[in-house]
Design a protein around this ligand. Structure first.
Ligand code: PLP
Length: 392
């Protein structure tokens, strides 16, 4: 080993030791899907209560069949960027379908939701522009904002007064302005106040980008958070992922034809990365068929979340994401381990995914779970929380 190898290793080991001391080290665990909401970890069968596969479509026979057929017909990979030879007919079909589903003129598909957000803001804003991001928005919205080179400010979570103040102070000294928010907040499960946010955006000539990774498929008849409001609160940039309720992999943005054409030409994470494999695209198309045609499927995650919250006396959920705030990293890890012993997979969520002091269990509900799973989970959690409280 050269001394440069050795200094690199010392650096990595030192960093890891620091994370271990603060209970912030993360470990990858082999977790085998067993079908439905069941998984196997360390030889134990668990009910998965932290997946984003809200409709169980990653395991649906029609979705799997579509992926297999596409692979057999077109091959395993796509071979190049979409602008070279990766312009697969299935991609154009999925873009048309998503645009129709979201009622926009057009749609662009990216390699993942994360890549979509690294693509959109930098293609629309740069030096001299202003980007305002909700403090609790997903990491990739913040990353896209920073990558753009624009002035980036955060506004307090869902606080429209703070957003209005910042727009009043800063908007006039910047050329263009973007407002970035989650539709459903990934770690809190609450919704952005989209009608108010869009009204502010309108007043200040700012463009709103709503990341609806957790809304599509489960909120607003499956069309997303915009449709949880009457009339629908339609942002000009509606981003989402194929990787959650659609059970596949990939990301997209639905917008006007000109905006989408600009992204196809200028968005670097589309130009310089390989197109999605045919299997992912075909799986998402099959998932979209199921979502459009099965209201009972779409409603099930919310019904299970409501059942769970009722039985624990929690406030009514706004999405299938129910956070149980614990506080310290240690206590959150311990509660998660106790749930695992009781047969449930609920990973502890710690900083930097959530702010310091708000480590939590993030429970998600999926159409693949059954009522008995949800009732057992509520009982186990109640016991764990009561025991923790008694020990304080
Ligand atoms: C998961 C998530 C993403 C990233 O989507 P991927 O397709 O998994 O890369 C983006 N935004 C939000 C709010 C998310 O929760």
């Amino acid at each position: 080993m050269t001394s440069a190898h050795a200094s690199l290793d010392r650096f990595a080991a030192g960093k890891l030791a620091g994370l271990d001391r603060r209970n912030l080290r993360r470990h990858l665990q082999e977790t085998r899907p067993l079908g439905g909401a069941r998984v196997e970890r360390k030889g134990q069968r668990l009910v998965n209560a932290c997946s984003n596969d809200y409709l169980g479509l990653a395991q649906h026979p029609d979705v799997i069949e579509a992926a297999c057929t596409a692979s057999r017909t077109y091959g395993a990979g796509s071979g190049a960027s979409r602008l070279v030879t990766g312009g697969h007919p299935l991609l154009f079909e999925l873009e048309r379908r998503l645009a129709a589903f979201k009622q926009t003129e057009d749609c662009v598909i990216f390699g993942s939701g994360y890549l979509a957000n690294l693509a959109i803001t930098p293609a629309l804003a740069g030096k001299g522009d202003l980007v305002l991001v909700d403090a609790l928005a997903h990491a990739c919205l913040h990353a896209g904002a920073r990558l753009s080179g624009a002035r980036v400010e955060t506004f307090k979570h869902n606080d429209m007064t703070d957003l209005a103040d910042q727009l009043s102070t800063l908007r006039s000294s910047h050329r263009r302005a973007l407002i970035l928010t989650d539709g459903v907040f990934s770690m809190d499960g609450d919704l952005a106040p989209l009608p108010d946010l869009l009204a502010l955006a309108e007043r200040h000539d700012a463009w709103a980008l709503v990341d609806d990774a957790h809304g599509v498929g489960v909120i607003g008849e499956g069309r997303g958070t915009a449709h949880a409001f009457t009339p629908p609160a339609l942002a000009p940039l509606q981003m989402g992922t194929l990787s959650k309720a659609l059970g596949s992999y990939g990301g997209y943005v639905c917008a006007s034809r000109s905006v989408c054409e600009l992204l196809r030409t200028r968005a670097r994470p589309l130009v310089f990365t390989t197109a999605l494999p045919p299997a992912c695209i075909a799986a998402a198309l099959a998932a979209l068929d199921l979502i459009e045609n099965d209201p009972a499927l779409r409603e099930r995650p919310m019904l299970l979340a409501q059942r769970f919250c009722r039985s624990l006396g929690l406030a009514a959920p706004r999405s299938p994401i129910v956070p149980i705030l614990i506080g310290s990293e240690t206590a959150a890890l311990q509660a998660s381990a106790q749930l695992e012993s009781a047969g449930f997979l609920v990973t502890a969520i710690r900083p930097p995914t959530v702010p310091r002091g708000t480590s939590r269990l993030r429970i998600t509900f999926s159409a693949a779970q059954d009522e008995a799973d949800v009732d057992r989970l509520a009982r186990s959690l109640k016991t764990i929380l009561q025991t923790a409280e008694a020990a304080e």
